[in-house]
Write a protein that binds this ligand. Structure first.
Ligand code: 5RP
Length: 231
């Protein structure tokens, strides 16, 4: 189903705003909503401000999203205070036709997976540049314990991937969890479920950025024709 927008030449930023707004219809009044991280989610958070009197609050997947929610007056709950959520709304770096995703471009993948695991439904909001046939075009983010980075790099090399340490201001980027990120190029992830299971059990891997076991139940995709809903 496609909901028409004013057609054709929307910028990527406008497409993100469109899906951020469209995601409001999945927010359940009276409940707590799971909130992801990234520029698309920022559009959703801004739109959510209009509903803040109708929801209890949010569980957030990053310090950045928490700060944005709180600045808009939306209460943020600790994930430990919540047993389940109806819905988790987040962006993605890639999504395929089955709802399998690569995430972690914003380095928040571990907390994103934790909050997504609380939710009955993952609603993914993306612009159409994120759509892929096979996962692997975007460098795969993997959060790792720093002392394991080199052995994990060698394991990816054995499967044809080139892992590089993500830097910020010339230093290893440190995640909200105090760990590092490897970005792995050159992979073609034909079997996301098996891939996620395998990499997740390598010693030192905190979280792999393949979201297959917690795939999107709904994808709201911003296109030149409007918001396409894929379920
Ligand atoms: C952060 C993520 C984001 O959802 C992903 O990087 C997409 O971000 P954006 O909406 O800015 O393109 O996984 O860790």
């Amino acid at each position: 189903m496609t909901t028409p927008a004013s057609p054709s030449s929307l910028t990527q930023d406008e497409l993100k705003a469109l899906v951020g707004q469209a995601a409001l219809r999945y927010v359940v009044p009276g409940e707590i909503v799971g909130v992801g991280t990234g520029s698309t989610v920022n559009k959703f958070i801004d739109a959510l401000a209009a509903m803040k009197g109708q929801i209890k609050g949010a569980v957030s997947s990053s310090v950045a999203s928490t700060e944005r929610l709180q600045a808009l007056g939306i209460p943020v709950f600790d994930a430990n205070a919540v047993q389940s959520l109806s819905v988790y709304i987040d962006g993605a770096d890639e999504i395929d036709g089955q709802g399998f995703m690569v995430k972690g471009g914003g380095a928040a993948l571990t907390r994103e997976k934790i909050v997504a695991a609380l939710a009955q439904r993952f609603v993914c909001i993306v612009d159409e540049s994120k759509r892929v046939q096979t996962l692997g075009r975007f460098p795969l983010p993997v959060e790792v314990i720093p002392m394991a980075a080199q052995q994990i790099t060698r394991r990816f090399a054995a499967m044809g991937g080139q892992a590089t340490l993500r830097l910020k201001d010339g230093q290893p980027l440190v995640t909200d969890n105090g760990q590092h990120i490897l970005d792995v190029r050159g992979l073609s992830i034909a079997e996301p479920l098996a891939f996620e299971s395998e990499v997740n059990q390598w010693p030192g891997v905190v979280t792999v950025g393949v979201f297959a076991h917690q795939k999107a139940a709904v994808c709201l995709m911003g296109t030149a024709q409007g918001v396409q809903t894929i379920e």
